[in-house]
Write a protein that binds this ligand. Structure first.
Ligand code: NAI
Length: 439
């Protein structure tokens, strides 16, 4: 039998391609060697946000004025619950693929040609191949035997102490969560500040909060050696010696392009990524690539989007990606969410002017909307609790070409964090109701 498409990799990019193809009446074969849902559902986005929620719940109560709370956490039980939750999600995804007529094959798929893939000795043929093999954690040569995101998310107890190498997305998110759970956390970042790539006037809120939580941060710090013996010893180039029960390595991720026969079809590359055009086609006819393996940003929601575009093209339509309103979220404390592009026309609304936030015992953060000279919304940046949930209003505004006046004249429920969005829109034309800007 010939499939319309064979998809290599069952993560967000792969399984979404299979679902959308099925919805379009196309026959897809989804090949996954590990667990459906990939890194995101099993070892990344979903479990990391679960542990962050646990940590936030604990610290929220502990830090509420007038409250004295002590919490006992049985992490083994919590892990059982977590895996139950993940299993429901992954089996739900698998059923969805099947419900649209897609097939799922477990095993390692090896590309044989632009129209055939082998699992063991069995060959499967298709009109198209979609490479959705994701990414793997970057390693530092010579430093082995440390934990990566997968292992730290599966610990059965809260470590007494943890050194995080790399102060990027994962390091900051998980470092903060473990600190709130009572672990002594140290972050080692080689660049001049944490979260490089994020504007310093946004990341400063996160850095302050991390300091308040007692997290030690070393910046401009190079790790020279990591030794494991009765815990870990980390030697920094400047002579500092750090010790901890565990070491977590979060120094980036790289596209997974090795070990599945890609060289047989030899698509054009863009650095370490498989090069694709706006329709997610590679340079090899009939072969597509989606998600992390196909370029930055390496984010699950970008993979979902790529998948839909690839599936539409395989289904005979013409569709192109447009990343102009791509959200970026760091699930730090407070959360940082951005979307679209920046302009120099904006006015900050401090989170401290938002009654709902104050009632939640939060006052550190900012709402900012970027407009052009005609007040057309180009992007936004929020530092606030649940900024992750609020940012989509700005993505929609960018996609729809709305002006800040459209948004400012939209009634937002009171009291909500979302009022910060409205106020930031009003601030672009100097009429925020609850804050007088000095600019
Ligand atoms: P990252 O690229 O966000 O951060 C890596 C950090 O490690 C950087 O700050 C870098 O300067 C630092 N670094 C590199 N080499 C180092 C060294 N030798 N010593 C000390 N520091 C060093 O990568 P991360 O945190 O591993 O996350 C990987 C990717 O996963 C992200 O880029 C993102 O694409 C994705 N992700 C997205 C999340 C989200 O959307 N909320 C959450 C977690 C991961």
């Amino acid at each position: 039998m010939e499939y319309d498409a064979i998809i290599l990799g069952g993560g967000p990019g792969g399984y979404s391609t299979a679902i959308r193809l099925g919805q379009n009446g196309k026959k897809a074969l989804l090949i996954e060697e590990n667990r459906i849902g990939g890194e995101c559902l099993n070892y990344g986005c979903i479990p990391s946000k679960a542990v962050i929620e646990l940590a936030d719940a604990v610290s929220y109560l502990k830090e509420m004025p007038g409250v004295s709370a002590s919490v006992t956490i049985d992490l083994k039980k919590w892990q059982e619950w977590k895996w139950g939750m993940i299993n429901k999600l992954t089996s739900g995804v698998e059923k969805l693929v099947a419900s649209y007529g897609g097939e799922v094959a477990k095993g390692k798929g090896i590309i044989e040609s632009s129209t055939s893939v082998k699992i063991g000795n069995e060959t499967f043929n298709a009109k198209n191949i979609v490479v959705a093999t994701g990414s793997i954690p970057s390693r530092i040569r010579g430093i082995d035997d440390v934990l990566y995101n997968k292992e730290i998310l599966d610990v059965d107890h809260i470590p007494k102490s943890l050194i995080v190498i790399g102060g990027g997305y994962i390091g900051i998110e998980l470092g903060t969560a473990f600190a709130k759970l009572g672990c002594e956390v140290t972050v080692v970042e080689m660049m001049a500040g944490i979260l490089p790539g994020t504007d310093a006037d946004l990341s400063k809120f996160v850095e302050r909060r991390m300091n308040a939580l007692g997290i030690k941060i070393f910046v401009g710090a190079k790790v020279e050696k990591v030794t494991k013996s009765d815990g870990y010893t980390v030697n920094l180039a400047d002579g500092n010696v750090l010790r901890a029960e565990l070491v977590l390595m979060t120094v980036g991720r790289q596209p997974n392009t090795q070990g599945f026969g890609l060289e047989k079809i030899n698509p054009e590359m863009d650095g370490k990524f498989i090069k694709t055009d706006k329709r997610k086609r590679t340079s090899v006819s009939g072969v597509y690539a989606v998600g992390d393996v196909s370029g930055q940003p390496m984010l699950a929601h970008k993979a979902f989007y790529d998948a839909e575009i690839a599936a539409e093209n395989i289904s005979g339509k013409i569709a192109e990606v447009d990343y102009r309103a791509m959200p970026f979220v760091i699930y730090s404390d407070p959360e940082i969410a951005t979307t679209g592009s920046k302009t120099d026309k904006f006015n900050n609304i401090p989170l401290a002017t938002n009654g709902r936030a104050l009632g939640m015992n939060y006052n550190q953060g900012v709402f900012r909307i970027y407009v052009d000279n005609d007040y057309v919304i180009k992007g936004g940046a929020f530092v606030a609790p649940r900024a992750s949930e609020l940012i989509s209003e700005i993505s929609l505004a960018v996609e729809a070409g709305l002006t800040s006046k459209d948004l400012g004249m939209t009634v937002h429920p009171h009291p909500t964090l979302s009022e910060g969005v409205k106020e930031a829109a009003e601030a672009t034309y100097g009429k925020s109701l609850h804050y007088k800007s000095s600019r």
